[in-house]
Design a protein around this ligand. Sequence first.
Ligand code: C5P
Length: 220
Amino acid sequence: LGSGPLAGKHVLVTSGPTHEPIDPVRYIANRSSGAQGTAIAVALRDLGAKVTFVTGPASVPAPAGVAVVRVETAAEMLAAVEAAFPADAAVMAAAVADWRVANASGSKLKKDGSGLAPALEFAENPDILTRVSQGALRPALVVGFAAETDHVAEYAAAKRLRKGCDWIVANDVSPATGIMGGSENAVTLITAAGSEVWPRMAKDAVARELAARIAAALRA
Ligand code: C5P
């Protein structure tokens, strides 16, 4: 049996981008590396939690000592998250694609010589964070993320209420910050009590601080 402040607790972490297929060889994706979600899984593991790590196709390796569930699409991520419940806490750090290709082709799209490009149609993906926050198996603590470029605290506070999660970890992803794809993060933690601006620090340090807060909240 593990030891540490999160011993005996099951925490679910989502991480990385999703890939939404266009055809068997092409997909739509985003620039998420999975670095912050991976660091959070490591920090929770190090505090003794049993971690289920549901990850899209990330560019950093999945950590050791956690149960890794690899998915590609948002729909697969939702199914994997629901299959992993019950959990004491959920940290939804994945950059889930908002839309999937509704008319994805079962065979490779080919140029037909007409000079016309194929028209992609999109359908909205399920919002996994909202489903988890408002679902029957809701963990005691649900933490979402918000990547914003302006009005960070204000938009994130609205997102917390709209989605129904307990906390939002908000970060400013304006290009000038160098945060997206970088090794540091500057976050604002939004809770029911208000918002807390954390100093800029390494993503690993953000993860350790967040894991310590999660341990304190689950103890309370
Ligand atoms: O609405 P927005 O995408 O900014 O919200 C970000 C938060 O919602 C993140 O915690 C992300 O993991 C989660 N999310 C989700 N499913 C979606 C879209 C976002 O779980 N389809």
